[in-house]
Ligand binder design. Structure first.
Ligand code: GLN
Length: 233
C-alpha cells in the first residue's frame, strides 16, 4: 500500500517522518502523475487557501477527485481537514467535499490560536496530545460521521467512512496513534483485512490467504473472513 502525501505547501514533511517511523511506503505528491500511483492520501496542515490555489494550478484537484472516485482513503489534518469538508465558512471557500462536515476556519481565535492540549479519544486509553494551530472548528457533522475525539466539547477527530479528519496536528507530536489508525483504516478499506506494515501486523486477525499479497485482488469477490475487522464505508 502506497500512501501519498500532498506536498505543495504546509507540514507534509512531518507526515513523512511519521510514516517513516511506522515503516509505511509513501511518496510526496506534487503532480497528477504522482497522485495516480497512490492507494491512500494524506492532506497536511498549512494554509488551505494556498493549497487550493496549487491544487487548481497543478491539475491536482482533478487528480484528487479521481482518487476519491476510486474509493481511496483520505486523511486531512487542519488545512487538510478544511480541504476535505463539504462546506467551508469564514470565509466560504471551495473544497473537495469528501467528508460530510461543515467547518469554520480560524474559529477559535485567540482562545486557541496555537496551543497544545490533550483530550480522550476512542483510539487509545490515555489522552491524546493535540497540537492546535489556527485550527478550524467542526460546526456540523452528517449522520454517518463518527466522532473519535472531542476537545472542549467539539469534535476534533472524526471519520466519515474512509475519510479521516483532524482539526489538530497529530503529525507534530511524537505519538503515532492517529497515523496508525489511518494506516489500518486504509489497509482495511483496500483489502478487507490487514496484510502489511510491521508493527501493526500483530494486531490484525488476517486470514492466511490475505498474507500472500493476493488480498487486494480478491477482496471484492471473497471479502475478509467473518472475524476480520471491516470498517464501514
Ligand atoms: N488556518 C489555516 C487555514 O485556514 C489552517 C491552519 C493549519 O493547518 N494549522 O487553512
Amino acid at each position: 500500500m502506497k500512501i501519498g502525501i500532498l506536498a505543495v505547501q504546509g507540514d507534509y514533511e512531518a507526515h513523512a517522518r511519521m510514516l517513516q517511523r511506522l515503516g509505511a511506503d509513501y511518496i510526496l505528491v506534487r503532480t497528477p502523475q504522482d497522485a495516480a500511483q497512490v492507494d491512500a492520501m494524506i492532506l497536511p496542515g498549512g494554509e488551505s487557501t494556498t493549497m487550493l490555489k496549487f491544487l487548481k494550478e497543478e491539475g491536482l484537484e482533478a487528480a484528487l477527485r479521481a482518487l476519491d472516485a476510486r474509493g481511496v482513503p483520505f486523511f486531512g489534518t487542519c488545512a487538510g481537514a478544511i480541504l476535505l469538508a463539504r462546506e467551508v465558512r469564514a470565509p466560504a471557500q471551495e473544497s473537495l467535499g469528501l467528508a460530510d462536515l461543515v467547518i469554520t476556519r480560524n474559529a477559535y481565535g485567540r482562545q486557541l490560536s496555537s496551543e497544545v492540549r490533550s483530550a480522550p479519544s476512542q483510539l487509545k486509553s490515555e489522552p491524546l496530545e493535540m497540537v492546535f494551530i489556527r485550527a478550524p472548528w467542526i460546526e456540523e457533522i452528517g449522520p454517518g460521521v463518527e466522532v473519535l475525539a472531542r476537545e472542549g466539547g467539539r469534535p476534533v477527530l472524526v471519520r466519515d467512512g474512509r475519510i479521516l479528519v483532524s482539526t489538530f496536528h497529530p503529525e507534530l507530536t511524537e505519538d503515532t496513534t492517529v497515523h496508525e489508525y489511518f494506516l489500518k483504516l486504509a489497509a482495511g478499506h483496500l483489502s478487507g483485512v490487514y496484510s502489511g506494515f510491521g508493527r501493526l501486523e500483530s494486531e490484525v486477525d488476517a486470514p492466511a490467504a490475505a498474507m500472500d499479497g493476493t488480498a487486494r485482488s480478491t477482496s471484492s469477490e471473497s471479502g475478509a473472513s467473518p472475524s476480520a475487522p471491516r470498517p464501514r464505508f
